[in-house]
Design a protein around this ligand. Sequence first.
Ligand code: TYD
Length: 209
Amino acid sequence: MSRRRGRFLVLEGLDGAGTTTQSRLLAERLRREGRRVHLTAEPSGGPVGALIRQVLRGRVAGGGGEGFDPSALALLFAADRLDHHAAEIAPRLAEGADVISDRYTLSSLAYQSLTTGDPAWVERLNARAPAPDLTLFLRVRPAVAGRRRFAESGSRELYEVPAFQRRVARAYQRSLALLRRRGERVALVDGEGPVEAVAEAVHAAAIGA
Ligand code: TYD
């Protein structure tokens, strides 16, 4: 029996933009509407994703995330993405489920373009990652995202430094323009309002996909 392929939706934004909360709320809402939904995230739950989380928390390369080569980390993110898509995302889409990923290629285009200083190389590394049906970008100013991160936890991961997040915000703008030039679908959602209002806007954009 052939089933219709599900839709592949990605949520993106700065650390503290709310991608994790909004991915969960979108999944819950689509399920209530009777769809089958698979919720996932990058770094993924697979073997490469586990390694990346260790690097980000500073548990490898002598205990400091900063000591890990940024190009090696870019390769890990790209490898995790291909494995994540092949092992988890594609099979669910083929079964007819919608897949929502908290971060995907746009994160690498933004973060790893900065950390490696070579956006063209990062773009090439990710060229084989299949495009989502829609990338939803939660727009939150770096200062607002920073206050939210601070409220959530005192500890900072590798990339959660305010000056870096301001640069990430600009890198996201450049990378969104790149996705549009490629003909990929992108939706910008104001992520600064109350959680329910943002969830409403995310849902509206997602069902238009
Ligand atoms: P995330 O899982 O959103 O953080 P947390 O689990 O702590 O809420 O993402 C972890 C970090 O990895 C985040 O700072 C963004 C970064 N990242 C990249 O630099 N490149 C990527 O390709 C991805 C997927 C994430």
